[in-house]
Design a binder for this molecule. Structure first.
Ligand code: GLY
Length: 349
């Protein structure tokens, strides 16, 4: 079986294996890292229906005693109630410090599983097994874990690196079109912020998934290695997210993360020329539309502004926004809140 391995060197060093059919090798990958231990698999109802037996059979076949906890699919599951319920499950299953969590699913499962692992017994190991394109290129890499609270998305979390990421790209074959497209927004984001060659490749559909996932993971790895704790360059990964998170919140998560990021990237690109940077909004909008994104925004400047006040990137009276300087080159720009409101009014009315 052919696969690519990308190594991350952060507060914990780990491998990210990317390739078709890798779920069949999960136990084999885990064995040298964790040895004899018990494994607690966290997954969601959709992934469980499709692949629950496959992962449990693989782990049992590799000699592991594994238990499984299933949460309902969807962003609403990334909440404090499920965090506590899963922590209780780990305790009831008598998971100890030599054991590990396996987060088997998309971003919700990965973030919740990672946060649980970072808290349980003050920290046990965890393995990310992403099943969506979005989780493969973004949330499974770099150790950000979180839950949402009523005040905002991802407001409670930790930086806690996994021990291994096992990305079986064949699992994405069964993704509904809209969920796959969510991941495409993040892929386009990587092209926009740091890699114009990747951006150019994305003009022809369908792209080579394994190659593109690996390139996005390499870009994220390079950024995380420079700034694991998000005090500088890692902020570039938030291109489109400041406005996108506001849109997700305003829609009560009716607008998916990818759709919201697509709309957010367009808003940021319209703001850029007003700050003396380049104007790539039309070009980016065209690419996003090829992927089927609706880039219109039903919210006005005041609503977006109010919703982004609770954003993590806010520092007192300023907020850091990511604006394009060119395709493949974005900059972090600190903007006074009042100025940001005025810019939003100009681009959105
Ligand atoms: N998802 C953005 C980051 O990992 O920093």
């Amino acid at each position: 079986m052919q696969y690519k391995t990308i190594n991350v060197s952060a507060s914990r060093c780990y491998d990210i294996h990317i390739g078709q059919g890798l779920l069949a090798k999960l136990g084999e990958f885990i064995r040298p890292l964790l040895g004899e231990c018990r494994l607690a698999v966290l997954t969601d109802s959709n992934v469980d229906t499709l692949y629950g037996s496959a992962i449990m059979d693989n782990l049992a076949g590799s000699g592991y005693d594994a238990c499984k906890y299933v949460i309902p699919a969807g962003e609403a599951s990334k909440c404090a109630d499920n965090l506590l319920a899963f922590l209780n499950f780990l305790a009831q299953e008598q998971i100890t410090r030599k054991d590990a969590v396996i987060a088997f699913g998309g971003g919700v499962v990965g973030d919740l599983g990672g946060l649980s692992a970072s808290l349980y017994l003050r920290g046990i190991k965890y393995v990310q097994v992403p099943t969506t394109l979005l989780a493969a290129v973004d949330s499974s890499v770099g150790g950000k874990t979180a839950i949402d609270i009523p005040a905002g998305k991802n407001l409670v979390g930790s930086f806690y690196q996994p021990t291994l990421v096992c990305c079986d790209t064949a699992l994405m074959d069964t993704l509904p079109k809209d969920i796959y497209r969510d991941g495409c927004a993040e892929v386009i984001k990587y092209g926009m912020i740091l890699d114009s060659a990747l951006y150019d490749k994305l003009q022809s559909l369908p792209f080579n998934r394994d190659e593109v996932v690996a390139r996005c993971v390499e870009i994220k790895r390079d950024v995380v290695q420079q700034d694991e704790f998000d005090n500088g360059v890692r902020g570039l990964l938030n291109f489109g997210h400041t406005f996108g998170h506001a849109i997700e919140k305003l829609s009560d998560f009716g607008v998916s993360h990818g759709e919201a990021v697509a709309k957010g990237m367009v808003i940021a690109s319209r703001i850029a020329p007003l700050c003396g940077l380049c104007d790539v909004a039309a070009e980016l909008s065209q690419l996003l539309e090829i992927y089927g994104f609706d880039i219109s925004c039903e919210y006005g400047a005041d609503e977006i502004f109010d919703a982004l006040l609770s954003d993590k990137k806010r520092r007192g009276g300023t907020i850091s926004v990511v604006l394009p300087r060119a395709i493949g080159d974005c900059a972090l720009v600190d903007v006074e809140l009042g100025e940001l409101h005025a810019l939003l009014v100009k681009v959105m009315g």
